[in-house]
Design a protein around this ligand. Structure first.
Ligand code: CA
Length: 238
C-alpha cells in the first residue's frame, strides 16, 4: 500500500489556506498548513515533505526566497500560487526552481490534478529504469537516443531529441522558454525563444501531437511548455 503523501501548504490568506488544506485532505494527503515564509522554512527543515504548495506573496520571508532555500537542499516538487496577471513573478518563481504554478482563483480540481501530476513525476524519478522512459505508446531509449511511437521509430534532430528528453524527464513541470533555450540550444539570446517554438512545432508534428488536444506537450500560455503523460513500466525484456 502506498504511504500517505505529506504536503506543506504555505499561504498567508487564511481563507485560501483553509480551502487548499481541505481539498488536499479530502484527496487523502497529510497536510501541514503554515501562514508565513519563516514558518515554512522551519517546517521544511524539520520534516521531509513530498510536495510544497507555496504562495509567492508572503509576509516575513518571501515565497521566492522560500522556494530558493528549499531548492538549495531538496528536489521536492513545488507548486506556486500566484496572483492573476503576475506573469513576471511567475517566471521568476519557475526560474527559482518551482515546478508549476496555479493562478488564483483556482478550482479544487485544478489543484489536485497538478499535485497528482507532480507526485507521479517524483515517483517516476525514483524508478530504477533510468536508461529508458516509457509513456504508453511513446518510448525514449536514453542509451541509443532512439524514440519510438506506436512501435515505429521516429527520426528526430539532435535538438528535437534534447527538447523531448528535457521535457519528459520531469512530467508536469513547466519549463519557461528561456530555460529550454539554455538547456536545449545552449545559448541565451532573447530571440532564440522563437527557435524553441519552432522546435516544439516540429517535434509535435513528428509525435503526432495536436497542440489543441495534446497527448504529450502542452503549451503554458505566456510562459513555455510542459510534458504531460503517465510514465509506464515496460515489460521485462530479459
Ligand atoms: Ca499572499
Amino acid at each position: 500500500m502506498e504511504t500517505t503523501k505529506r504536503v506543506l501548504v504555505v499561504e498567508d490568506e487564511k481563507a485560501i489556506l483553509d480551502a487548499v488544506t481541505a481539498y488536499l485532505e479530502r484527496d487523502g494527503y497529510w497536510v501541514t498548513p503554515v501562514g508565513d515564509g519563516a514558518a515554512a522554512l522551519e517546517q521544511a527543515s524539520r520534516k521531509a515533505f513530498d510536495l510544497v504548495v507555496l504562495d509567492l506573496n508572503l509576509p516575513k520571508v518571501s515565497g521566492e526566497e522560500v522556494c530558493r532555500r528549499i531548492r538549495d537542499v531538496s528536489d521536492v516538487p513545488i507548486i506556486m500560487l500566484t496572483a492573476k496577471g503576475a506573469e513576471e513573478e511567475r517566471i521568476k518563481g519557475l526560474e527559482m526552481g518551482a515546478d508549476d504554478y496555479l493562478v488564483k482563483p483556482f478550482s479544487p480540481r485544478e489543484l489536485t490534478a497538478r499535485v497528482r501530476a507532480l507526485l507521479r513525476r517524483a515517483h517516476a524519478e525514483s524508478d530504477p529504469q533510468r536508461d529508458r522512459m516509457d509513456f504508453g505508446d511513446l518510448s525514449i531509449d536514453l542509451r541509443s537516443h532512439r524514440v519510438h511511437l506506436d512501435g515505429a521509430e521516429i527520426e528526430l534532430t539532435a535538438s528535437e531529441y534534447k527538447l523531448l528528453v528535457t521535457l519528459a524527464r520531469y512530467p508536469g513541470r513547466v519549463y519557461p522558454r528561456m530555460e529550454l533555450v539554455e538547456k536545449v540550444l545552449g545559448y541565451d539570446f532573447e530571440g532564440y525563444e522563437r527557435a524553441i517554438d519552432s522546435h516544439v512545432k516540429n517535434l509535435r508534428a513528428k509525435l503526432d501531437d495536436d497542440p489543441r488536444e495534446p497527448r504529450f506537450i502542452h503549451t503554458v500560455t505566456g510562459v513555455g511548455y510542459r510534458f504531460e503523460a503517465e510514465r509506464t513500466v515496460p515489460e521485462s525484456t530479459v
